[in-house]
Write a protein that binds this ligand. Structure first.
Ligand SMILES: [Zn+2]
Length: 205
């Protein structure tokens, strides 16, 4: 019989100390790919950025084939971006949308992007949100959602999207969110194919 080993805490990551923290970071290539100054006025421009992020995340081996970005709806100003960082940061919650929400809310210093005085925010994500991200989309305060690849496309790649139902989307719409799905789907799916060819990890299969 082998005694099971008690794992050591990762350095600096023990939750038992006051002031302990968990860091969320973007990969260092982000600023090579993202133009923070230009406005992204159309849905096409916004989705193309989300897809470009997903593609670069694969090409540079920093995570899964998913990218997201958050914009001010009226001005097209880019507020935050996210790429899937689950494997890179050992954190199952760091899907692209979750990363983008966290940076957008930190930048705006609010837990809701619908807080009083703020402009309307739009999320563009290269794939339909999973169960976790769909819930987070509701709480994030974004009012519009653009999705590229579909849940079925992700499932074909063996990623499990979790319990998302037609009624989940209907709930968001009842709450006033505007949703556009399957938008530039073929371009988003090309990145899945790239990931498959490169033998990328499937971490929520
Ligand atoms: Zn997700």
């Amino acid at each position: 019989m082998t005694a099971s080993r008690i794992p050591e805490d990762a350095p600096g990551a023990s939750p038992t100390a006051a002031g302990a923290s968990v860091q969320v970071t973007l990969p260092d290539w982000i600023d090579d790919v993202v133009d923070w100054e230009r406005p992204y006025r159309t849905d096409e421009e916004r989705m193309r950025l989300a897809i470009a992020l997903s593609r670069e995340n694969v090409a540079r081996d920093t995570g899964g084939p998913f990218g997201a970005a958050i914009f001010e709806e009226a001005s097209g100003r880019l507020v935050a971006v996210g790429v899937n960082s689950v494997v890179r940061l050992n954190n199952s919650t760091l899907h692209a949308e979750m990363v983008a929400f966290q940076f957008a809310q930190a930048r705006r210093a609010t837990f809701s992007l619908s807080a009083e005085g703020l402009p309307t925010h739009t999320l563009a994500t290269s794939c339909d949100p999973c169960a976790m991200c769909l819930g987070a989309t509701l709480w994030s305060g974004v009012r519009r959602v653009l999705c590229g690849a579909t849940r079925d496309d992700a499932m074909l790649l063996q990623f499990d999207e979790g319990p998302v139902f037609a009624s989940s989307w209907a709930y968001l719409k009842r709450k006033g969110l505007e949703v556009r799905r399957g938008f530039l789907r073929e371009e988003a799916v090309e990145v899945f194919e790239l990931y498959r060819q490169r033998g990328g990890a499937i971490y929520n299969g």
